[in-house]
Design a binder for this molecule. Structure first.
Ligand code: PAD
Ligand code: ZN
Ligand code: ZN
Length: 382
């Protein structure tokens, strides 16, 4: 009732609220009053309740992933629909939703293909930071702001396209399931959907942040017998053991390349390898860690712009498979609600991933926690 009343009062009006604005990438985000326009046709205005801080947001702030500035970052969000634009039919005011960076229009070639999850409506690899009509719904100090990946969750209110909004079970706890908007879904799906990890297999996971830890959970759920976790941060290695990692490796403790260590440990290389860091070197190491004949390597990390992956093609001729995916290869609006169902049935535990909680206005502290390696996921509450 409360939500509906609130929605009626603001429907059709500009909302002024707090947002974290990234004016330039070499300074902390600045908390500002921003004006958020009402949603246009096919759009949804959402009151954000919770948002995780993902490594991809950090790549933007560190200059490795270029997006148009000024921008409101954040994409791992959960909130409540405040109002809807003309023609919106899949959600209504008061609905709980997730903000996902991959749309599912259900009409394009990729959406219509059984295996495609990278909807052609928006190319997340080359973000333009504007709504599909080429305009912005955010204004600050008289300047238009860009959105991030069609989401923007570091703001009390955001406007998204209906095709990127995932409707949630009414009972879903937003302060937890926000991780299903990106990190968990990405890692878990990479193991379950993209690699198709098999029971009894050996897996190796490079990077044990929020995404890599979720890969571990996916490998475990798929019945992997051995899960080798690799990270340069000892605390991350210790935490990952509780998630199901059977062997921990810190590359800094070895003189030889870590892929060689993995191959020696496993005999002939892992069945499945995953890269959840985002550097070229670790991508090559992940590829070379999997079995040269039947190993499958899944690249998840976002490498710095313009970087090129180089390896001897013989690495593939022997039979290996190299793959990559966004958001765990899930068709977002169709499949993420099924993950939420699994969460509601206690088949998924997100608690070990959430190491920190902060009020939204402390978002810069949240990034400090990520960069210093202290957090797996820090969830902001609004
Ligand atoms: P994170 O910063 O929480 O985790 C990265 C982890 O890698 C940390 O634990 C680091 O200690 C570790 N690490 C860093 N360098 C090395 C190294 N050289 N060797 C071993 N370990 C190292 O980030 P995250 O888990 O949120 O994201 C991980 C990557 O996944 C990142 O590149 C992000 O952009 C990408 C991502 N991809 C998708 C997708 O759809 N493909 C979605 C979300 C995130
Ligand atoms: Zn993310
Ligand atoms: Zn589509």
């Amino acid at each position: 009732m409360e939500q509906e009343k609130c929605s009626m009062e603001t429907t059709g009006k500009v909302i002024t609220c707090k947002a974290a604005v990234t004016w330039t990438i070499d300074a902390p985000m600045s908390i500002e009053d921003v004006e958020v326009d009402p949603p246009k046709a096919g759009e949804v205005r959402i009151k954000i309740i919770s948002s995780g801080i993902c490594g991809s947001d950090n790549h933007v702030l560190e200059g490795d992933f270029k997006v148009p500035l000024p921008v409101i970052l954040g994409h791992e969000g959960a909130g409540i629909v405040e109002s809807i634009g003309e023609g919106v039919s899949s959600v209504k005011p008061g609905d709980k939703v997730l903000t996902v960076f991959l749309p599912q229009c259900r009409k394009c070639d990729s959406c219509l293909h059984a295996k495609g999850n990278c909807c052609l409506k928006e190319d997340v690899r080359h973000p333009v930071g504007l709504m599909l009509d080429g305009t912005s719904r955010f204004t600050c100090r008289g300047r238009k702001l860009h959105n991030a990946f069609g989401t923007s969750t570091f703001t009390e209110y955001t406007v998204m396209h209906e095709i990127s909004v995932v409707k949630l079970d009414e009972a879903a706890p937003l302060e937890k399931v926000c991780l299903l908007a990106c990190g968990f879904t990405t890692g878990y799906g990479s193991a379950i959907n993209k690699a198709r990890v098999t029971p009894g297999s050996t897996c190796v996971v490079f990077g044990l942040g929020g995404v890599g830890s979720s890969v571990v959970l996916g490998c475990k759920a798929a019945g992997a017998a051995r899960i080798i976790g690799i990270d340069i941060n000892e605390e991350k290695l210790a935490r990952a053991k509780a998630l199901g990692v059977t062997d921990c490796l810190n590359p800094r403790n070895f003189k030889k390349p870590i892929q060689q260590v993995v191959v020696e440990m496993t005999g002939f290389g892992a069945d499945f390898s995953f890269e959840a860091i985002g550097t070229i070197d670790t991508m090559v190491a992940a590829l070379e860690s999997c079995n040269s004949s039947y190993g499958v390597c899944v690249i998840i990390g976002v490498a710095p712009e313009k970087s090129q992956l180089a390896f001897n093609p013989m690495q593939l001729l022997s039979g290996r498979t190299l793959k990559g995916c966004f958001l765990g290869d899930f068709k977002t609006r169709d499949h993420v609600p099924l993950l939420v169902d699994d969460y509601m049935k206690n088949k998924i535990n997100l608690d070990p991933l959430i190491t920190h909680r902060l009020p939204f206005l402390k978002v810069n502290e949240g990034f400090d926690l990520l960069r210093s390696g202290k957090s797996v996921r820090c969830v902001l509450s609004f």
